[in-house]
Structure formats: structure tokens, C-alpha cells
Design a binder for this molecule. Structure first.
Ligand SMILES: Nc1ncnc2c1ncn2[C@@H]1O[C@H](COP(=O)(O)OP(=O)(O)OP(=O)(O)O)[C@@H](O)[C@H]1O
Length: 324
């Protein structure tokens, strides 16, 4: 179990991490999300022991995680950190980099382990290629395999798929998180990508300006986002004033995802189409409600600008999402 207790940190004088506390159970996958510059990478570096906290304590089970004031070489045996700049040995091959920290005592065992890791990151055909001849995305996959090589108990990933093309990303993500679950490896992934969050994490921690503002089961967080900042992490979102739709309602607002709005042939709510954005399996319709508010709606076909359409939003959804 990882316990982070009331930690605070500043690079200079302005605090970057402010009184942060949370607990993560073994084997759980956690997404660490928030706007750029909110402190995600800083928090991962603190957990790994690269930065010294001004206040607070961190524990992995009963072991206190100490910062650089107490360590010459950062990092504990049980923990691996994959940073955004993956420090590989350029003139060595992919296999040599992956096996760098594995014991040479039993060469067959090492060979088998490197092969298994090459399969996870789908780099079998590059085993003998020097790292300097790889693309950015391929280097990121080598760094990932090397971080996994000694089966850490806790894996810290900073934007692990940032350089990897969409074509690879999906299968790599599945390979990695299935491997982590099978081996009961706890992970914390700092990410901007909602697919990382939604499909592969048990819980999500939301950071805003250095503070934890939510720590919840990922599905719960998606279904009941507490505010606009949280909902926006999952993509386009509408912040609807309920009295614009239901005359008897008060003036509170509700967060509604575009796919939760349905276009119908007739209803009491009409909007004007402004633009249709092609999204592959649907169009995102930008529309105007009451001449002022912008409303995004998911729809299966293109709608021309200026067209008047009717919509419905389930009333119980609106009321359950009403800001309190
Ligand atoms: N070495 C540093 N020295 C001084 N300030 C820093 C340093 N590294 C980061 N910061 C500042 O600390 C704040 C948090 O940075 P951090 O990299 O943790 O954010 P982040 O949430 O990971 O951002 P991103 O999503 O863009 O990677 C930012 O305001 C950043 O400018």
C-alpha cells in the first residue's frame, strides 16, 4: 500500500504540491490527471524520491520513502519511474537496454525475460537494433520494457504513450495493463489521454493547482463529475443552466456529455446548428440554445449550419447532475 500523508513541495517559493494525501492499495491502477502544470510530474518525482518534500511523509507498506536528502542514488528496488525523457544507452541494442539491470548470473533466464518484455512492447524485430536508430515512440517502448524488467511492485508512468502512434497505442496499453494486473503491480499513470484513464485505471486522482480535488473510482468519477474541471478531463462537456430547459427548475447548472443529448423530431427544446465536426463514428454538432449558450451534441449524421433541431435530455439525468 502507498500512503502519501500531507506532503507539500515548492521548487522555489511558490508551492507546487499543497498538503496532498492519498492511499493506494496494492495492485490498483491509478490515473493522475489535471491541467498542464498542475503538478502531476512533480508528484511522481516526489513518490520516486527524486524531490525532497518540505512537509509530510510517504510510505510503501511500512517503509518510509525518503527523498534525496537521505539518498545518494534515488529510487528504491521495489519502484520504477518512467519519466518523459527516457534515459537509454544510445549505442547499445534494444535487448541490451532492456536487460541492463537484469542479473547475468543465469544467461538463459535473462534471455527469456528479455524476450517476454520485447513481446509486451511489441519490439521483437528490433531486438538487435541500436537504440540511437529508433524513433521516439520506439525508444519510449524500450524504456517501458526496461522499467518492467525487474518486476517492480510500484510503477510510476509519466505520459507513457505520449510518443506512440494510435496504431500501436491501443494494443500496447492492453498488453501493459494486462501484464501489470497479472503480476499485481501497482501503477500510477500521469496522463492527458482519457482512453488511458477510462479503460485501464481503477481509480483516478484529480489534481488542480497542486491540490487533490478528487480521488474516486474512475467510472464513478466519469458518471458523476463534481465540477467542470473534472468533467473536461473526459472530453467535450456541456454546462447547462437547467432553467433554460425546464421552466419550473431553479437556476442551477448540470454537466451533460454530448452523447447524453438526443436529437428527436419534436420536443419542447429547440437549438440551431452552427457546425458539424466529423469524429469518425459520429458528428459532434455545435449548436446554439436560446440564441446564446453553446451546446455540443453527438449525432450519427452531418447536420447543415442554420438547421433548427429538437433535442431531449433525460430529466432525471439533469437533476442528478445539478450542481449543489
Ligand atoms: N525544475 C523545475 N523548477 C522550477 N519549476 C518547475 C520545475 N519543474 C516544474 N516546475 C513548475 O512546477 C509546476 C508543476 O509542473 P509539473 O511538471 O509537475 O506539471 P504537470 O502537471 O506534470 O504538467 P504537464 O501535464 O504539462 O506535464 C509548473 O508550474 C512548472 O512550471
Amino acid at each position: 500500500m502507498l500512503k502519501v500523508q500531507n506532503i507539500s513541495f515548492a521548487y522555489q517559493t511558490a508551492p507546487v504540491i499543497k498538503n496532498v494525501s492519498f492511499t493506494i492499495n496494492k495492485g490498483q491502477h491509478i490515473a493522475l490527471v489535471g491541467a498542464s502544470g498542475c503538478g502531476k510530474s512533480t508528484l511522481l518525482k516526489i513518490i520516486y524520491g527524486l524531490l525532497q518534500v518540505a512537509e509530510g511523509r510517504l510510505y510503501w507498506d511500512d517503509n518510509e520513502i525518503l527523498g534525496p536528502n537521505y539518498h545518494l542514488v534515488p529510487g528504491e528496488e521495489y519502484m520504477k519511474y518512467l519519466s518523459q525523457g527516457f534515459e537509454l544507452t544510445a549505442y547499445r541494442t534494444v535487448s541490451e537496454n532492456i536487460g541492463q539491470y537484469l542479473s547475468n548470473f543465469e544467461p538463459e533466464l535473462k534471455k527469456g525475460r528479455v524476450k517476454e518484455l520485447l513481446e509486451i512492447v511489441e519490439l521483437e524485430e528490433f531486438a538487435a537494433t541500436k537504440v540511437e536508430n529508433l524513433s521516439g515512440g520506439q525508444k519510449q517502448r524500450v524504456a517501458l520494457a526496461r522499467a518492467l524488467a525487474k518486476k517492480p511492485e510500484l510503477l510510476l508512468l509519466d505520459e507513457p504513450f505520449g510518443n506512440i502512434d494510435n496504431f500501436r497505442r491501443s494494443s500496447l496499453r492492453r498488453n501493459l495493463f494486462n501484464y501489470l494486473k497479472r503480476n499485481k503491480i501497482t501503477s500510477i499513470t500521469a496522463t492527458h489521454d482519457k482512453t488511458d484513464i477510462l479503460s485501464f485505471t481503477d481509480e483516478t486522482i484529480v489534481i488542480q493547482k497542486g491540490e487533490v480535488i478528487a480521488h474516486k473510482n474512475t467510472i464513478e468519477l466519469y458518471r458523476h463529475p463534481k465540477n467542470l474541471y473534472i468533467a473536461s478531463l473526459f472530453g467535450e462537456i456541456n454546462n447547462i443552466v437547467i432553467s433554460d430547459l425546464i421552466t419550473s427548475a431553479d437556476h442551477s447548472s448540470a454537466l451533460v456529455y454530448p452523447h447524453e443529448i438526443t436529437i428527436v423530431s419534436k420536443s419542447s427544446i429547440s437549438v440551431l446548428v452552427r457546425k458539424s465536426y466529423f469524429k469518425g463514428n459520429h458528428f459532434l454538432i455545435e449548436s446554439v440554445l436560446n440564441g446564446t449558450s453553446i451546446l455540443f451534441i453527438e449525432h450519427h449524421t452531418f447536420l447543415p449550419p442554420g438547421e433548427k433541431i429538437y433535442i431531449t435530455i433525460p430529466e432525471d439525468l439533469l437533476l442528478s447532475r445539478a450542481a449543489t
